[in-house]
Design a protein around this ligand. Structure first.
Ligand code: G6P
Length: 616
């Protein structure tokens, strides 16, 4: 969602803050700002739009300092205006915030009565005034700076309900930054004689790899010399130092025009990395944790919970799960599940899927599932140490590397590969997968990165199709069985980045409604590999042609399609068997990417969206 970076150093921290915000910009890009503490004063620059605009203003206003905080925003409370952009200031206390304060209206009333005036519509401004209020109270009581910013933040957060990651500075204390975390990730980066705060390690990787992840309820005081962390009871505590293995290269564009393009092309490597352990050691329960076998044997079914693209990975996995492991499997959108009076079977394994590991709805759905009595939980996630895997019993990390493009690509295909592994492991443990089946699945996995590379080679042909799509207002995607979720993912990609209205249907549903939309202006994309449903899909295609609809068919070499008037065909080289949905994802990603290019949209930062959604 939004992004936070902070730094305290002997050198000028302004370039560090700006570089950090640029790295975080994919998380939220409505507006950006920094505040620095400079010779006993707080100076602030904020701009709507991109970080580069704020950077130009900071350069023009000659910003330099040894202490500062910065923020890139995705608007929740209050529109996209400079007044609503962070940092927010209350009489020398400046603060940046990720998350949502639920009781902000109640606190606003209280603070108004105390004489505070509000300049923005944000929930965040409340926190700045609260901290100032407690600082003033301790000063008035004569307890002085020893009871300063840290104590004021510790008191203020006790008044808040909701989620927050905070970084706070005060003009009266130019030697420290204070931060706090509840419900939103925040980490501290440890340098040599300089230290940092960030919501995401990518923001500070240029300065250090040594990080401390704050825990729920923690507060911390960060100076040049060191870091002190306090738990929710304000007791000083040691938190483990981790060395991040996120590579800087994964945060750079390299020869590509967009991160989305780069990430689409990284898929053969990302998949090879994600399946490496299986290729080396077979389908073992240990892929999901040292003690996973007992838990995975114990279960009687699977409930998958996720949002967005991750949900479509879950929908695909359901087909595999029931066919391969024989276990009943349901999939539900996390934001629906969390408010439903679900009837829990405690022995149904809860599988959450989240690229970021911090999507609030998915996290809350996981908590709800536990409260309903589910005994076992497993997280499929791409970000080590993020909140959802940390709250889960078992974990399978996809090894896609950092994903920056807002539209998820390599995270999706690696989630599919991880979920496929889970299905086979469960099939083995529950007596459904024989040794011969296992060898066959392993063989198919071995071919996967190569098949994906072949699909990528179709890019020039797909780019030609994209030119036709660029002028359209609507598009329909069809698929059946395992490929229906891929049709959904194709429609989602297209609408996310090209703003063309796109819908997906199981091809068999066409005649029950969407056929009414079909005419010559409606392109219909069909995912039609050579599987047992192909003949059915062909009949559905006839229904489209008979109404003058233009068909764009993704299939494979094995299926006997011919191009004809109004029927365009692109073939992947060979049918990829049970893993075909992974291979057929590539063409729909490329179609969306090239259509967006042709329409000139901002591919990596589509309007109104954000990479990870830490609000409801
Ligand atoms: C946002 C992103 C999507 C993503 C979804 C779920 O909407 O823009 O790309 O699929 O969140 O995110 P997660 O990190 O939980 O997979």
């Amino acid at each position: 969602m939004c992004g936070i970076v902070g730094a305290i150093a002997d050198r000028d921290v302004v370039p560090v803050l700006i570089e950090g915000l640029k790295r975080l910009e994919y998380r939220g890009y409505d507006s950006a700002g920094i505040a620095v503490v400079d010779e006993q004063d707080v100076r602030r620059v904020r701009r709507t739009g991109r970080v580069s605009e704020m950077e130009n203003a900071a350069i023009a206003e000659d910003f330099h300092a040894h202490l500062g905080i910065g923020h890139t925003r995705w608007a929740t409370h209050g529109g996209v205006t400079e007044a609503n952009a962070h940092p927010h200031i209350s009489q020398g206390v400046a603060l940046v915030h990720n998350g949502i304060i639920e009781n902000h209206e109640e606190q606003r009333e209280r603070l108004r009565e105390l004489g505070y005036q509000f300049e923005s519509q944000t929930d965040t401004e409340v926190i700045a005034h609260l901290i100032h209020h407690y600082l003033k109270e301790s000063n008035d009581a004569g307890t002085g700076p020893a009871q300063g910013l840290l104590a004021a933040v510790q008191r203020a957060v006790k008044d808040l309900t909701g989620a927050y990651a905070l970084a706070v500075v005060s003009r009266k204390e130019p030697e420290r930054m204070v931060c706090a975390r509840m419900g939103c990730p925040l980490l501290i980066g440890l340098g040599e004689g300089e230290n940092f705060v960030a919501s995401d390690v990518s923001a500070i990787l240029q300065a250090t790899r040594r990080v401390i992840f704050l825990e729920e309820g923690d507060t911390a005081e960060v100076t040049r010399a060191g870091v002190r962390v306090f738990d929710g009871d304000n007791v000083e505590i040691q938190r483990e130092v981790h060395v991040s293995d996120v590579s800087l290269a994964s945060l750079e564009l390299g020869p590509y025009r967009h991160f989305m393009q780069k990430e689409i092309h990284e898929q053969p490597r990302a998949l090879a990395d994600t399946i490496e352990a299986v290729i080396d050691g077979g389908f073992s329960a240990e892929l999901f944790g040292a003690n996973a076998e007992a838990a995975l044997r114990d279960i009687e079914g699977v409930q998958i919970l996720a949002c967005g693209t991750s949900y479509y990975a879950g929908m695909t996995a359901r087909y595999w799960m029931e066919a391969i492991s024989g276990l009943p499997c349901s999939v539900e959108i996390a934001s629906e599940y969390r408010y439903r009076a679900a009837h829990a079977n405690p022995k149904h394994l809860i599988v959450t899927i989240s690229q970021s590991g911090e999507t609030l709805d998915t996290m809350e759905a996981l908590k709800y599932a536990k409260s309903l009595g589910h005994l076992h939980t497993l997280s499929v996630c791409n970000v080590p140490e993020s909140a959802i895997p940390r709250a889960s019993e078992l974990v399978c990390y996809t090894r896609a590397g950092a994903e920056i493009g807002v539209a998820s690509t390599k995270a999706f295909t690696t989630q599919l590969a991880a979920l496929f592994q889970l299905c086979v492991v469960l099939g083995k443990l529950h007596g459904k997968v024989s040794e011969a089946d296992e060898a066959d699945y392993l063989e198919q996995l071995r071919f996967l990165p190569g098949s994906v590379q072949h699909a990528l080679n179709l890019e020039p042909q797909i780019a030609l199709w994209a030119e036709k799509f660029a002028g359209k207002q609507n598009a329909l995607f069809l698929g059946r069985g395992l490929h229906y979720p891929i049709a959904l993912e194709g429609a989602l990609k297209l609408k996310e980045i090209s703003y063309i209205h796109a819908e997906a249907y199981p091809a068999g549903e066409l005649k029950h409604g969407p056929l009414a939309l079909v005419d010559a202006a409606m392109p219909v994309v069909v995912i039609a590999p050579n599987d047992k449903l192909l003949e059915k899909v062909k009949s559905n295609m006839q229904e489209v042609r008979a109404r003058g609809g233009e068909l764009f068919v993704f299939t494979d070499q094995d299926s006997n399609f011919t191009e004809s008037e109004g029927v365009h065909v692109i073939r992947t080289p060979r049918h990829a068997g049970v893993l075909s949905p992974i291979v057929h994802t590539i063409p729909v990603q490329l179609l969306a990417y090239h259509t967006a290019l042709a329409r000139g949209t901002d591919v990596d930062k589509p309007r109104n969206l954000a990479k990870s959604v830490t609000v409801e």
